[in-house]
Design a protein around this ligand. Structure first.
Ligand code: ATP
Length: 298
């Protein structure tokens, strides 16, 4: 094979339940991931040495820090080969937007290089390598809708009926995930309340199983949202604007600042996207649906 291209989706967290800080500094999470139809594309081509080029925002690193480069290096070490590959990333997932774009690119690079180097690793091994890069990488490999335990990397697929229609509002500029977790801890310490043990809501699971968009809209829940709003107060009115315009539910995606709005149908999502684009809340408004498959060769 001379060139491989992999398409990989963004995720939104339908529920993000954050437990207390663990001794290792991470939080125990219960996370309901949902892959949506906003895609990055990673192309892998044979080369003398590892390189990364990016089509999209200039804030994405092109050196060894790029998560796709880290994935290619890790896979090469695992296989005992040299990482002789030129990776090209076409970005459509917002950077530092709470939609796991970097993790998605890492997942895509694992699948692309596995094919390029003819390794044929099984899914389980790719998931294990992905988890070594970051806790959101395994879900980008799996796609669909899944509950993630631990740091989010221990995944169980969730049964979903039909598809859900979404509108995403991209902000101008991202939020750092570690900063949002730190703010979450700070707000919790200031409130004096002990963080609850993370759990998944039965109402959310029932809505996914029956394809009940209104029920899903009511059940959307993100424990990081207060922290994202504290760091970016303008998000509060952005979420309210979506609700006023008829969204079934509105939520900050992961650590933010992307806002996710649930619509009742594809045409409702189209109308909602057009209305939100006319407000001044977002740098860009996009329509998408989910669930969609994880990183796949095209
Ligand atoms: P998450 O939802 O997983 O917390 P995010 O979507 O908020 O992450 P990313 O887009 O994954 O954030 O980017 C976080 C940081 O990772 C960026 O600021 C960037 O410096 C770095 N990064 C490394 N590799 C990539 C990549 N391939 N694409 C985007 N960012 C990358």
């Amino acid at each position: 094979m001379t060139v491989t291209t992999v398409r990989v989706p963004a995720k939104v967290n339908l529920e993000l339940s954050v437990g207390p800080v663990r001794d290792d500094g991470y939080h125990d999470l219960v996370n309901v991931f949902h892959a949506v139809s906003l895609f990055d594309e990673v192309t892998a081509e044979p080369a003398d040495e590892l390189s990364v080029s990016v089509e999209g925002p200039s804030s994405v690193p092109t050196g060894p820090d790029n998560l796709a480069a880290r994935a290619a290096t890790l896979l090469a070490v695992h296989l005992g080969v040299a990482p002789r590959v030129a990776l090209h990333i076409r970005k459509d997932i917002p950077v530092a937007g709470g939609m796991a774009g970097g993790s998605a690119d890492a997942a895509a690079a694992l699948v692309a290089c596995d094919a390029l180097w003819g390794a044929g690793l099984d899914r389980e091994t790719l998931l294990e390598l992905g988890a070594q890069i970051g806790s959101d990488v395994p879900f980008a490999l799996l796609g669909g809708t899944a509950v993630g335990l631990g740091r989010g990397e221990r995944l169980t697929a969730v049964e979903v009926t039909g598809e859900f229609h979404w509108v995403f509002g991209y902000a101008d500029g991202g939020l750092s995930t570690p900063a949002v977790y730190a703010e979450c801890d700070r707000l919790r310490a200031a409130s004096g309340r002990t963080p609850h043990w993370p759990n998944v809501s039965d109402d959310l699971m029932a809505a996914l199983k029956t394809g009940d968009a209104a029920g899903l809209g009511r059940a959307l829940d993100n424990d990081l949202q207060p922290a994202a709003l504290s760091l970016r107060p303008a998000l509060d009115s952005a979420l309210a604007a979506g609700r006023e315009l008829g969204a079934l539910g509105s939520i900050v995606s992961g650590s933010g600042p992307t806002c996710a709005f649930l619509a009742s149908s594809a045409s409702h999502a189209g109308e909602l996207a057009a209305s939100l684009a006319r407000t001044a809340h977002f740098a860009e408004v996009r329509q998408a649906c989910g669930p969609v498959p994880g990183a796949s060769l095209v």
